[in-house]
Structures are given as C-alpha cells and as structure tokens.
Design a protein around this ligand. Structure first.
Ligand SMILES: C[S@@+](CC[C@H](N)C(=O)[O-])C[C@H]1O[C@@H](n2cnc3c(N)ncnc32)[C@H](O)[C@@H]1O
Length: 193
C-alpha cells in the first residue's frame, strides 16, 4: 500500500510545476512562529512551507514519502540558497525523525496515529501547526475524498499531550473548509491572540 502511495504521489509531483506558495494559514502565523532552532515539516511535499520556514532562519527537515517531491524541494532549496534537510519517510510505518523540534508542521495530510508521535518530537514549548480540510469541504470540492477528511469538530479530540492555543474551523480565504490548529508542548508559552 505504501509503495503504491509513493508511486501515486511521485506521478502527481512529476506533473506539477514549481513548489507553490506557502499557505495563507502559515503566513498568518509569521509573527508568532520561532525563527531559530529546528523545524519538521511532516508530509511536506515539494517544500512550499519548508522553504518559507528555512528562509526565516529555521533548520528545517522535510519528510515525505515521495522521492520526486523531495528532489523538487531539494532543487528549489539549492536554487534559493536555503538549507533544507530532506528525508524520505513513510509515516504510516516509520517513526518521525528524532527531535527536539521547536516547530512541527503538518498541512494537508491526515494520518491519525501521528498525533501520538507529535509530543515525542517537540521541544518543551515547541509548537505543532496543523491544518486539514473537514467533511464540509465536499460541499464545494470533490477532493480530498471523504477518507482523507476530518470530521467536523474532530481535530481537538485528536490532540494528545499538547495544549491547544489556537483552533478554528470554517471556510478559508483559499475557499476550503478547514480545521486549523496551533498547539504547544509542555511548558506554557504565551500565545498572542
Ligand atoms: C496533499 S499533499 C500536502 C503536501 C504539503 N504538506 C502541502 O500542504 O503542500 C500530501 C503529502 O503527503 C505525502 N504522503 C502521503 N502519504 C505519506 C506517507 N505515508 N508518509 C509520508 N508522506 C506521505 C505525499 O507525498 C504528499 O506530499
């Protein structure tokens, strides 16, 4: 199954041009994210978020199942003169890279068992930034299909061992129905609202 997933994603990335722009959600957090230390982008694809974080000064590891996405991300990082660590990883069968990370990002990827792993790799005070469409997204978009979507109100229930500091669910500026969350590990950290 995982090899089939890898091939499916490799084909998609071969058909795609460029790494894309970082999400509006991530950019909206710019003032509140760390700009030093280590960051992990889980299932980060061709690196649109990872490159943005790297440009801001973080030492970023991009983990993804797709070799093609990782090659594209590495090439874009070289071209931009940004340091980026790329790791081929199937999160359905392998553990997350060892932390501690000041920031863990997981956008547009849902594998529920990951929520048990996030606290183990976050540094004390480290942030988890997570966003994923919910079932309501099907009202306007056929993809992602239902099995990749969160139920309405499900995301806070998935969080384990972290304190939720920000959570929204609704139609976004990008036209998708999305659950968005920031959660903090261990030691309390002030989160400006
Ligand atoms: C919808 S894309 C999102 C990419 C990126 N996070 C973004 O928002 O642009 C989903 C990503 O998950 C990756 N992926 C799928 N299954 C995976 C797995 N088992 N382990 C790691 N990455 C996986 C795909 O290769 C793809 O890059």
């Amino acid at each position: 199954m995982s090899e089939a997933d890898r091939q499916k994603w490799n084909t998609r990335y071969r058909e795609q041009e460029g790494t894309g722009e970082p999400s509006a959600f991530l950019r909206s957090l710019a003032d509140r994210l760390p700009s030093t230390g280590r960051a992990l982008d889980v299932a980060g694809g061709a690196g649109r978020e990872a490159l943005w974080l790297g440009r801001r000064g973080l030492d970023v590891t991009l983990a993804d199942i797709s070799d093609v996405a990782l090659e594209q991300a590495a090439e874009a990082a070289r071209a931009a003169g940004v340091g980026l660590r790329c790791q081929r990883l199937d999160v359905e069968v392998e553990s997350l890279p060892p932390g501690p990370f000041e920031l863990v990002l997981c956008m547009n990827f849902l594998w529920r068992p990951l929520f048990a792993g996030f606290p183990k790799v976050l540094a004390p005070g480290g942030l988890l930034v997570f966003a994923q469409p919910t079932r309501s997204n099907l009202q306007r978009h056929a993809h992602p299909s239902a099995r990749f979507l969160l139920e309405e109100g499900e995301l806070p229930r998935l969080i384990q061992g972290l304190e939720i500091v920000s959570y929204t669910e609704g139609w976004t500026e990008e036209g998708r129905h999305e659950a968005r969350m920031v959660a903090v590990a261990g030691a309390h950290r002030t989160w400006p609202t």
